[in-house]
Write a protein of this length. Structure first.
Ligand SMILES: *[C@@H]1O[C@H](CO)[C@@H](O)[C@H](O)[C@H]1NC(C)=O
Length: 360
């Protein structure tokens, strides 16, 4: 009933508002993309400058195209002037790799590295505001949002995830992890927090603020995952697991919005199963984009970008200063790289392509 209504509303919005642009595959060589994740871009005609970017990730069996047409992020992009990248999962089942050590590790490889690198490319070459890059997703895409929050806290400013599991909950499984999915994987806040911190060892910078949505009668990814996510992210931010506020009926009847300080928010939807429908305007509000409008002063480094432009400018914001040596799996070179070029012993710097070298 609920899902039917949500679909009906989404269809009504889509037909009422024709888009100013269309979904395009990104053909530029944006760097290492070891699992060959295909990337699709919605770039509205009128952009805010500098331009925020949202990465939007589909559910299992979904596609970039389905998530583009099934959510109204593109309509909102027209209205507010941000760009949306819809990655398309490379596996036959259409699920994201949220389990391998590679994907869970900063610059370690997997699906997450391709996504991180397309974002880095857009920051360097497409006028994207490095301080306003966000991720959202549903189900497998929600899990992937958590993966990106954990492994690339230097890139993402915030995440909003619908019906997912904690970062690392699927770790080590070959694909599906029933123990996690059914809510049997219980850890302490410290253990969950340590897992996030292991995604980017030694990282001490800011962490993305995280909002998660979950239904109380979800039988695909049991609602226990909501409570495990609360443990995880309150630990990461060092705040209490007791909500600082919890508002019933927000954003609608049957939902409650619990805040844990200003960086962690959990929205529980009574009687809602898998999955909670995207509440796009609410997510936009969490990202701080609600009053964003197209226009503004272009970034000085932007030079008439197109989706196929070669990299011509050096990124200034994607390389946290990590001292003189890069760790195992770390980036150590490539066009535009300003970080360390020497690897910690016993690893050596190996070029994957012109844009990316890694300590292996
Ligand atoms: C917030 O309040 C609602 C309604 O009382 C409750 O069901 C929910 O569990 C609370 N959320 C949290 C995170 O404690």
């Amino acid at each position: 009933m609920f899902a039917f209504k949500a679909l009906f509303v989404a269809a009504a919005i889509a037909s009422a508002n024709a888009l100013t642009s269309s979904l395009q595959q990104i053909t530029a060589n944006f760097g290492s993309n070891p699992t060959n994740v295909k990337m699709y871009l919605y770039k509205p005609t009128a952009l805010a400058n500098p331009t925020p970017l949202i990465v939007a990730m589909h559910y299992c069996t979904g596609t970039a195209q389905a998530y583009f047409s099934g959510t109204n992020l593109a309509q909102l992009a027209d209205q507010h002037g941000f760009m949306v990248i819809y990655p398309n999962a490379p596996t036959s089942g259409g699920c994201w790799d949220v389990a391998s050590t590679a994907t869970l590790t900063h610059n370690g490889g997997g699906d997450s590295l391709g996504i991180a690198n397309v974002v880095r490319y857009f920051i360097s070459n497409m006028g994207v505001d490095a301080s306003r890059v966000f991720a959202t997703g549903t189900s497998s895409g929600a899990m992937m949002t958590n993966v990106l929050m954990g492994a690339y806290p230097d890139i993402f400013a915030a995440g909003s995830l619908y019906s997912g599991v904690p970062y690392g909950c699927f770790a080590g499984s070959s694909a599906w992890n029933s123990q996690c999915a059914t809510g049997q994987l219980i850890k302490t806040a410290q253990q969950w927090g340590d897992q996030v911190r292991s995604g980017y060892p030694g990282y001490t910078g800011a962490r993305p603020k995280v909002q998660f949505w979950h239904g109380t009668v979800d039988t695909t990814l049991y609602p226990q995952n909501f409570w495990e996510e609360i443990k995880q992210w309150t630990n990461v931010f060092g705040v209490s697991q007791t909500p600082s506020s919890n508002v019933s009926g927000d954003p609608q009847q049957g939902y409650s919005r619990a805040s844990f300080g200003s960086n962690v928010q959990g929205i529980l939807a009574q009687g809602v199963g898998h999955t909670v429908p995207e509440h796009e305007t609410d997510t936009l509000n969490w990202f701080g984009l609600s009053s964003l409008a197209p226009g503004g002063t272009p970034k000085p480094t932007t030079t008439g970008p197109t989706t196929t432009a070669p990299a011509t400018t050096a990124p200034t914001t994607t390389s946290p200063s990590t001292g003189g040596t890069a760790a195992h799996w770390g980036q150590c070179g490539g066009i535009g790289w300003t970080g360390p070029t020497v690897c910690a012993s016993p690893y050596t710097c190996q070029a994957s392509n012109a844009y990316y070298s890694q300590c292996l």
